[in-house]
Design a protein around this ligand. Structure first.
Ligand code: NAP
Ligand code: GDD
Length: 327
């Protein structure tokens, strides 16, 4: 039985990856940081199948001890401060988690066991003000947020440790991927959650920023498969992962409202406070290498994804409302 260690297991991707690896018969260990209240909503259903260990990307010794105790064959480094707007408000903390956290973890790998296979969660946000369209593994980076800058650091550090120490370290440059487990502050979930609330008569308005921004949105369940595939190759390599189709925020809004029979123009209000200091206007992946070398392909399309999220949020809001009625 192989052992995989997932940092960020309480996040969206961590929960899907844990499910995927359990199905592949892995021993799955999740790293969680200490908190005064537990935040295990996304992995509640897996609690008796996975092991959770405390450590923190900010604490070097905790990472070394973790690797010595767990002895994983594979590490998936998904933990990060991942919300782009927060990175302007807390740029130093974002760099500590999202950039230097990668150094601390790779140093622990170097010290404890150099045969560990390492996956770094890199991001299409690194392409930022895009230098070419679509974006592939050779497209130069031009990040547009402190988050994007931190991810570029983590990406190149992964490449550098592979080249310097011969580690099996891979970087997955993943485009936006969503699901019913997405945090409510990200635009897809903000839309699906609020569409459900409006449909159920609990509110009437949805405030958004830039409706013209375009992203290559896919389904998180498809993307965790690509992470695992990268660590099963003979040689460590970096891959772009995305659907090759881009849509605007407005497209997402239209499909979501349309799915519940509402006219979005009656409910969506533009809020300049939600417009970012520097925007990433248009991202679209050229995932040819992932499709040909990994044989990866997405199974859920954009329209299916948006409808899945709205349906899940109709159920979620009904449960939320019933629970608040009882308390
Ligand atoms: P997410 O839902 O925001 O989850 C982030 C995870 O990181 C949470 O489990 C969080 O733990 C953990 N974490 C944050 N700071 C930590 C620290 N100091 N020590 C230990 N754990 C810490 O993110 P996601 O959407 O699953 O994304 C996973 C990774 O992929 C992230 O690195 C993200 O930047 C990257 N990525 C995501 C996308 C996307 O579209 N989803 C695309 C490209 C790259 P708590 O629960 O304790 O907060
Ligand atoms: N969050 C949010 N809220 N975004 C909005 C809003 C709003 O009210 N209105 C418009 N947007 C626009 C943003 O300006 C951005 O252009 C787009 O919607 C997507 O925003 P997010 O869903 O917050 O995602 P992101 O693209 O900034 O970042 C996500 O994808 C990256 C990969 O490209 C995150 O998951 C990152 O961690 C990830 O690396």
């Amino acid at each position: 039985m192989r052992t995989a260690l997932i940092t960020g297991i309480t996040g969206q991707d961590g929960s899907y990856l844990a499910e995927f690896l359990l199905k592949k018969n892995y021993r799955v260990v999740g790293m969680v940081r200490r908190s005064s209240t537990e935040n295990f909503e996304r992995i509640e259903h897996l609690q008796d199948k996975i092991e959770l260990r405390q450590a923190d990307l900010l604490d070097q010794l905790s990472l070394i001890t973790l690797l010595e105790d767990v002895r994983p064959q594979e590490i998936y480094n998904l933990a990060a401060q991942s919300f782009v707007p927060t990175s302007w408000e807390q740029p130093v903390l974002t760099a500590e988690f999202t950039a230097l956290g990668v150094t601390r973890l790779l140093e622990a790998v170097k010290l404890v066991d150099r045969s560990i296979r390492f996956y770094q969660a890199s991001s299409s946000e690194m392409f930022g003000k895009v230098r070419e369209t679509p974006q592939n593994e050779k497209t130069p980076f031009y990040p547009r947020s402190p988050y994007g800058v931190a991810k570029v650091y983590g990406h190149f550090l992964t490449v550098n440790y592979r080249e310097s120490y011969d580690l099996f370290a891979c970087s997955g440059i993943l485009f936006n991927h969503e699901s019913p487990r997405r945090g409510k502050e990200f635009v897809s979930r903000k839309i699906s959650y609020n569409v459900a609330r409006i449909r159920l008569g609990l509110s009437n308005e949805l405030k958004l920023g830039n409706l013209k921004a375009a992203r290559d949105w896919g389904y998180a369940g498809d993307y965790v498969r690509a992470m695992w595939m990268m660590l099963q190759q003979e040689e460590p390599q970096d891959f772009v992962v995305g659907t090759g189709r881009a849509h605007t925020v407005q497209d997402l809004v239209e499909i979501a409202f349309d799915h519940v029979g509402l006219d979005w123009k009656k409910h969506v209000k533009l809020d300049p406070a939600l417009v970012r200091p520097a925007e990433v206007d248009h991202l679209i992946a050229d995932a040819t290498r992932a499709c040909t070398i990994l044989k990866w392909k997405p199974e859920v399309d954009f329209e299916g994804l948006v409808r899945m999220m709205v349906d899940a949020d109709l159920e979620y809001v009904r449960r939320e409302t019933a629970a608040s009625g009882k308390s």
